[in-house]
Write a protein that binds this ligand. Structure first.
Ligand code: ADP
Ligand code: NI
Length: 208
């Protein structure tokens, strides 16, 4: 098995499935997460083949991408099986993909996970905050017809305006980073988002 060939195939597989997907999981999200993961991994030194494979395949079965109510992990798993990879590689990659999402790990931290898991999860979460995170939130909100902000619906989660998403999720992410590098990067991105929301509300109320 040639690792570079498998990675190239996984890249093409993800590009074809994600393309211009509209919920914030388009191909460029994967490219950015891969860049984040490489940076984090300079210090973590996790197995880069496992990290890259998990990054490339982590969103192909996401329910928002496949437009279903549940995630479908068989899409990534079948791809990995077709590459005739060792079963332990497939298991490691699939464990990461199945357990990394925010909604699943928010209240119960996954125990005994690999270094590779930490790198991939942090890399994905970094892409949800900072300047890119803001853009993704509004772009997602627009794609499902949400208002940017609705002062009469503060605190409402379901079908709330996009600005609520910062308090619901985005402002928590910095404290959920696993690795040193991601914690450092998250600090700046978090401050930028805080400042952004302050400015947004200041402008909304004619104060700035
Ligand atoms: P992940 O794939 O990291 O688990 P999601 O699928 O929940 O994340 O979200 C993908 C992108 O869309 C993220 O940048 C996220 O912040 C944004 N997003 C998700 N839900 C909302 C929402 N209700 N309002 C605005 N943005 C959202
Ligand atoms: Ni992702």
């Amino acid at each position: 098995m040639n690792k570079n060939i498998v990675l190239k195939k996984a890249e093409n597989f993800a590009k074809n499935l994600l393309g211009h997907e509209g919920s914030g999981h388009d191909w460029w999200h994967i490219e950015r997460v891969r860049n984040n993961a490489h940076l984090i991994n300079l210090t973590e030194k996790a197995d880069s083949f496992i990290v890259d494979l998990a990054v490339l395949l982590h969103d192909v079965g996401d329910h928002k991408v496949i437009k279903k109510t549940k995630d479908d992990y068989s899409i990534a798993e079948n791809f990995l099986k077709e590459q005739k990879l060792d079963i332990d590689i497939i298991e490691k990659v699939m464990f990461i993909i199945k357990h990394m999402s925010f909604s699943k790990t928010r209240n119960n931290k996954v125990e005994n996970v690999s270094k590779e898991f930490h790198v991939v999860q942090d890399a994905d979460r970094l892409d949800a905050i900072g300047a890119i995170g803001i853009a993704r939130a509004f772009s997602y909100g627009g794609s499902v017809g949400r208002l940017m902000y609705d002062p009469t619906k503060k605190g409402l989660k379901k079908n709330a305006a996009t600005l609520n998403h910062f308090d619901d999720k985005l402002f928590f992410l910095k404290d959920l980073m696993n690795t040193k590098t991601a914690k450092r990067i998250a600090k700046n991105r978090h401050l930028f988002m805080k400042n952004y929301v302050d400015c947004f509300l200041g402008e909304w109320n004619g104060k700035k």
